[in-house]
Design a protein around this ligand. Structure first.
Ligand code: C5P
Length: 232
């Protein structure tokens, strides 16, 4: 089985409050997108390194990303949404010989290599769409209309049934391409959502708290802590 990965890094990351796009923000002097790519490339699904890695970059930063990531990584300009970026990266994969595709957000830069390995192993075991997910620690309530002065609670959701879903998500190439083709006009917040829309099963494997998304300055501080702990 041959695996390729798509790393989405074309967002602006405006909530970080940094002048640079999020993927270029340094953590211990190494840009976020390089942290993410290194961990993906260290994964050894099926005893093999990735056969290809395609990264989406903001259009004006494609050359800078290519220089940072080196000649073995393909960098393409992203689209105006994450979903369009993934579709653009899918179109840039090698035409033949790729059976499994991982889709990962550069914003989850500290997702360990083992997480990618766990997801690919589940795809290889016969699940065509696999996402990592963590149990939810908070009590979750469904609320009605209102504002900061109060909203009515309509229901408490049984949290035992909930998972907070992360990336990398893994798919057979055939299914991921079909899901993106079918869902091109209807946005979903993750790739697995497009598979669900086809009425096909998606499986959850255990996630990892190190795969949390870097969104706010607080998340960046935690990322710095993780990088210090790991020594890179
Ligand atoms: O904005 P958000 O954090 O949800 O983005 C998730 C991931 O998708 C990030 O890694 C971001 O760089 C990427 N993205 C992209 N193309 C876009 C928007 C976001 O590749 N147009």
């Amino acid at each position: 089985v041959s695996t390729a990965a798509i790393l989405t890094a074309a967002g602006s990351g405006s909530r970080l409050g940094h002048a640079l796009p999020k993927a270029l923000v340094p953590v211990l002097a190494v840009p976020v997108v390089v942290h993410a790519a290194r961990r993906l490339l260290a994964a050894r699904p099926a005893g093999l390194p990735l056969a290809a890695l395609v990264v989406t970059a903001p259009a004006e930063h494609v050359a800078a990303f290519a220089e940072l990531l080196g000649p073995d990584v393909v960098v393409v300009p992203g689209g105006s949404t994450r979903q369009e970026s993934v579709a653009a990266a899918l179109a840039a994969l090698p035409p033949d010989g790729i059976d499994v595709v991982l889709v990962h957000d550069a914003a989850r830069a500290f997702a360990p290599a083992e997480l990618a390995e766990r997801v690919v192993a589940a795809v290889e075991a016969g699940h065509d769409a696999v996402v990592p997910g963590l149990p939810v620690a908070d009590t979750i309530k469904r609320v009605g209309p209102g504002g900061d002065d109060g909203r009515p609670v309509n229901a408490t959701v049984d949290r035992a049934e909930l998972r907070a879903v992360q990336t990398p998500q893994g798919f057979t190439r055939e299914l991921l391409e079909r899901a993106h083709a079918a869902g091109a006009d209807a946005p979903a917040t993750d790739d697995a959502g497009l598979v669900e829309r086809l009425g096909l099963p998606v499986w959850v494997v255990p996630g990892d708290e190190r795969a949390a998304k870097i969104t706010t300055p607080r998340d960046l501080a935690i990322a710095q802590l993780l990088a210090t702990e790991e020594g890179s």
